[in-house]
Write a protein that binds this ligand. Structure first.
Ligand SMILES: [Zn+2]
Length: 243
């Protein structure tokens, strides 16, 4: 069994027809992780796997375009008692935030195993080593690095340029990185900055996602490629690549 990544969506800041917000399906041998639950991604996820197949959910941060479909998933699991409970990793305070939204309907802990992550956490999902890297964003946000056998996947989450990005992505076979900025700013990368991270980290392949709505996606990819000579693709819903 091998490792693969499927883009469920990468639109920002809100979903469009056939273009969900941020969400990724990571298969690592027998283990399956839904990485970010942006609106629209829960439906897309079900094109590829059954609900019973999900081992873990990773919520990088609590901006709605990365986590809103956690409510959809809660509704599915609470109405399907036969499903086993996946573990949900999220930033500090995520359980209270989602519970506040659920109100009298229930609690996330009734259907999910809940876990908060901190910078540097080394975690285990099935037979996969996963680590959390706090990145530079307007709210606490955690990138993800996952290793299965000798293959490495990295996800930037939402982040401006920072040393942690290059560290979490070091020698990754696939890096999913955002370019939520057109011009330099603290909390998102420009396409050029995303390319610089990929080059500094010596990654093999980049999937460019979360492109600023002010930038044409193909132009963003071109801008990234002015700084990165390796393989690079634009993220789009349904794209599956081996890691
Ligand atoms: Zn964000």
């Amino acid at each position: 069994m091998s490792m693969s990544l499927t883009v469920l969506g990468c639109q920002t800041p809100y979903p469009k027809p056939d273009q969900p917000c941020s969400g990724y399906l990571l298969r690592m041998g027998p283990s399956i992780v839904w990485v970010d639950a942006g609106p629209g991604t829960f439906a897309e996820l079900q094109r590829h796997v059954g609900l019973a197949d999900i081992d873990a959910i990773w919520i990088s941060h609590l901006h709605p375009d990365h986590c809103a479909d956690l409510l959809s998933a809660w509704n599915a699991f609470v109405n399907t008692p036969s499903l086993s409970r996946p573990v949900v990793f999220g930033p500090p305070g995520w359980v209270e935030r989602v519970d506040a939204m659920l109100g009298q309907d229930g609690a996330v802990g009734s259907v999910f195993i809940t876990q908060e992550v901190c910078d540097g956490d080394a975690l285990r999902i099935g037979s996969v080593d996963v680590s959390a890297w706090q990145v530079e964003h307007s709210v606490p946000a955690f990138g993800l690095r996952a290793q299965y056998r000798d293959r490495v996947f990295a996800y930037s989450a939402d982040s401006g340029p920072c040393p942690q990005l290059a560290d979490l992505a070091r020698s990754a076979h696939v890096l999913v990185i955002e370019a939520g900025a057109d011009t330099p700013q603290p909390h998102h990368c420009t396409p050029e900055e995303a390319g610089d991270v990929a080059t500094a980290s010596q990654v093999s392949r980049v999937i460019l996602t979360h492109v600023s709505p002010g930038v044409a996606p193909e132009h963003a990819l071109w801008r990234l490629q002015t700084r990165f000579a390796g393989s690079a693709d634009l993220g789009r819903s349904g794209l599956t690549v081996p890691v």
